[in-house]
Design a protein around this ligand. Sequence first.
Ligand code: UDP
Ligand code: MG
Length: 351
Amino acid sequence: MTDSGYGSVAVVVPVYNEEAVVREFHARLSATLDGIEHLRTTVIYVNDGSNDHTLGILLALREQDPRIAIVNLSRNFGKEIALSAGLDYADADAVIVIDADLQDPPELIPEFLRLWEAGNDVVYGQRVSRRGETRLKKATAYLFYRVIQSLSRVHIPEDTGDFRLLSRRAVAALRSLREQHRYMKGLFSWIGYSQVALRYERAPRSAGTSKFNYLRLWAFALEGITSFSIAPLKIATYVGLGIAGLSFIGAALVFYKAMVYGDPVRGYPSLMVTNLFLSGVQLIGIGVLGEYLGRMFNESKNRPLYFVEEHIPAGMADDSRTLARLVSGTGSAIGIDREAQQQAVRIAGGI
Ligand code: UDP
Ligand code: MG
């Protein structure tokens, strides 16, 4: 920390196949950062195993802007883990997490900083609207927040993404959570500290395509619920209890009928219906168990969250020149293939 009270801010950006937008993103981000004079700024791009020219573009950008650090992951680990990797590498008094697709406007960063300087540990962006998203996506998102809110004890604010600011101690808290199943929105809330919302207009994706289709969103929702609530397990118990109670009454009724009226043959349809219904309920119950058991299985392996192929820290003038030579030696940084890029990064990283 400097005399002004606040020293440094790092912006963490997970990127996966964002060649269409990352240049424009960085132009807007760096224009914003240029206006922040009282803080030292770095930008950490976490390349999450992109298989387009994203890494080459990032390397080229870094030559022009020494604030850029690059963490190149060994493969695609998914956004949540890429983001966690960025937090691991950030060493700053405040860390801002932002998507690269310009849905979160970088121009808001000074606002985030203002709220942080006012004494908040976490400032989370909260969408006022979801322009550019389909009605179905809006509806499912709405439903999801309602469900998770009613199931979980942790308050997960609705319509928030990962766009947020975290103080140094909030980052330290998050870093200490090493679970494999990382529902970041939940973890951000779980750590506590003083949290405040910053409402903003979320723009449609500027270019490229969303990496999240409905199947992944469903998996994501399941992740959110199972990571932050064991309510489905309890529901299975209560459904079981309820059905057991009903079947007891049913059994008594059948017994009574058989005894009093000697009712010998009827009952095939009701037998089938109850049979099918109960097997359905049982399978659902087993499925719910499986969801939790599977997660326990994954956690129990205790694997590292990710591997880093290369970490290129924010530039000292010297090594960025060397890097420039390396990359330009293989042709334009944008045109070169992945193999060549990676080689350049490996060599540059070894300097
Ligand atoms: N992202 C990532 N790894 C992935 C998928 C996405 O690092 O496996 C990044 C992506 O480059 C972007 C951010 O995470 O910066 C949000 O992704 P996207 O815009 O596809 O998600 P959406 O906004 O549709 O939820
Ligand atoms: Mg997006």
